[in-house]
Design a protein around this ligand. Structure first.
Ligand code: FES
Length: 191
């Protein structure tokens, strides 16, 4: 991968992001710069690059995902390079290069949850939100509903193995989940 803007564009190329309508569009504001500077200030001079991950998390929390425009800005804030930021963004599965839905299901697919009934949850959620599980790929496992309201993503262990199957809806963990739980959550947040 060469260090050009095209390399970053390629990361997000052809990824439909209907969820964007439910998140603010990435924009560099004084508040955003100030928040990033505070994160950078946690690290000693010369180690500003250590703030890349905290700033990535902040940007994802505010804007839903790391869009191509955000990467050069994050690099600038941390005295890093866009390609370094892009490398981190693409390394961690929890960092998104595609905007999730307003309500994002993370479904544990690790063995304890799979064996306790989790295996059926992903196809069930897909059917409920109108996406095709066959469209999931290792490269982009997230699927987003056409209205951008819902998305689903398989994830590894959520560290609650004794109470599976486990899922997260946005930042909330749900245990011993059944298809009925999914129905209830979708009904609750569809209103
Ligand atoms: S295996 Fe699902 S939480 Fe650990």
């Amino acid at each position: 991968m060469s260090e050009t803007p095209n390399a970053i564009d390629a990361i997000t190329a052809a990824k439909p992001s209907p969820g964007e309508q439910h998140f603010p569009k990435f924009a560099v504001t004084d508040n955003l710069v100030e928040a990033a500077q505070k994160l950078v200030a946690r690290y000693p001079e010369g180690k500003e690059q250590s703030a890349v991950l905290p700033i990535i998390h902040m940007v994802q929390e505010k804007f839903g995902y790391i869009c191509p425009e955000a990467m050069p800005w994050i690099a600038e804030m941390c005295k890093s390079t866009p390609i370094h930021v892009a490398g981190i963004v693409t390394f961690y599965p929890g960092i998104h290069t595609m905007c999730p839905g307003k309500y994002h299901f993370r479904v544990c697919r690790t063995i304890a949850c799979s064996l306790s009934g989790g295996e059926e949850l992903i196809p069930y959620i897909c059917q409920k939100i109108g996406v095709n599980p066959a469209d999931m790929s290792d490269e982009e496992p997230m699927l987003v509903s056409a209205d951008g309201l819902w998305s689903v993503e398989p994830v590894e262990c959520l560290a609650n193995c004794g109470f599976g199957p486990n899922i997260m809806l946005n930042e909330t963990l749900y245990s011993q989940v059944t298809t009925k739980t999914i129905d209830e959550l979708i009904a609750k947040y569809s209103k």
